[in-house]
Design a protein around this ligand. Structure first.
Ligand code: PLP
Length: 353
């Protein structure tokens, strides 16, 4: 029986996506070949990656001053590709959690990378609002959703410098002005598909300004010139990206995603706030619509909640080791019915205390 999968990533995809992807693994669009064995240079696959690229730009509402790449190495590779390609003098980072911190650490290998705001001292429970960005920095880097601590930017800071964002865990979860950003990256395995590809949306005119020499695989311009096929892309992962983007549009696009995501998050946070055995982790105003993090008021009750979850066929709610407690990831593809099951379990947990 299929589980209610609240895993932080790799995570749930829509049933239609799993179905189409599994059919294509056996026979890709009547070619007599699997999507995992067709040539990435074949007309069929070129159509897939072209369509995925144009859909990603269309959903983001970005014009042709931007381009979309499907690369490998995850968001973690982008932590270094960004400074490799953009950091000449100095870069600014906002430290809102483990991933933001890792992104900053990589940048320090390439030049001066300053932290302009941090919520570390408060256990990353909030998003810093006052950020002072020196005008001479090459870019400001933010992490729009903090997967581990369950915080999310609900308004994007206005900056005079190029803005770069790690959107791995909330890309395409809501309408926003994506053109505020000069570079956006997201590993696929949360809101975009299976692991193995990374979407990068780039405003082309920010490239080509650094003086260092770039190894081929690190060079965004080379990947752009080669239509994301400088080396062999993960054909399967990119195909799943396309299926997810098509699914998202068929659901009604970003507006529909936001309605759906807000309904799920409201339901779950309301129960966490109501239930005397639970306490939410993040500050209310910065709570994530994607990752709902909560703790128990009495840690010794954990075994009981774990077994209730197991009985209800719930999987993947264990909190990240750095926060403890629980984390329910409710990405785009998560149906509200699964959240209702979790809320029922939390109520049962209280009733049987
Ligand atoms: C999951 C995650 C990452 C790491 O992604 P990889 O694809 O494993 O490198 C980075 N940033 C954020 C915000 C994430 O949620």
């Amino acid at each position: 029986m299929k589980k209610h999968n609240f895993s932080a990533g790799p995570s749930i995809l829509a049933p239609e996506v799993f179905e189409k992807a599994s059919r294509a693994l056996l026979d890709f669009e009547g070619t007599g070949l699997s999507v995992a064995e067709i040539s990435h240079r074949s007309a069929e696959f070129v159509r897939v990656i072209e369509r995925a690229r144009s859909l990603a730009l269309e959903i983001a509402g970005l014009d042709d001053t931007y381009t979309a790449l499907f690369l490998q190495g995850g968001a973690s590779m982008q932590f270094l590709m960004v400074p490799y390609n953009l950091l000449e003098r100095k870069a600014a980072y906002v430290d809102t959690g483990t991933w933001a911190n890792k992104a900053h650490k990589e940048a320090t290998l390439f030049g001066e990378a300053i932290v302009v705001a941090s919520s570390k001292a408060e256990g990353y429970k909030y998003i810093p609002k006052e950020i002072n960005v020196p005008t001479e920095v090459d870019y400001l880097h933010i992490t729009t959703n903090n997967t581990i601590y369950g915080t999310e930017y609900h308004s994007i800071p206005d900056t005079k410098v190029p803005l770069v964002a790690d959107m791995s865990s909330d890309i395409f979860s809501r309408p926003m002005d994506y053109s505020k950003f000069d570079l956006i990256y997201a590993g696929s395995q949360k809101n975009l598909g299976a692991s193995g590809s990374t979407l990068v949306l780039i405003k082309k005119d920010i490239l080509g300004k650094v003086s260092r020499k770039l190894p081929s695989m690190m060079d965004y311009q080379l990947h752009i010139k080669n239509d994301s096929m400088y080396n062999t892309p993960s054909t399967f992962a990119v195909y799943v990206n396309l299926l997810v983007l098509e699914w998202l549009q068929a659901q009604g696009g970003l507006k529909a995603m936001e309605v759906r995501n807000r309904a799920k998050a409201d339901l779950l946070y309301a129960e966490i706030d109501r239930n005397p055995l639970l306490k939410g982790y993040a500050e209310k105003e910065d709570r994530s619509l994607m990752n709902v993090v909560f703790n128990l008021t009495d840690e010794s009750t954990q075994v009981r909640l774990d077994s209730l979850c197991k009985e209800a066929n719930i999987s993947g709610v264990k909190g990240h080791r750095s926060v403890g407690g629980y984390r329910a990831s409710i990405y785009n593809a998560m149906p509200i019915e699964s959240v209702q099951v979790l809320v029922e379990v939390l109520k049962e947990f209280e009733r049987t205390a």
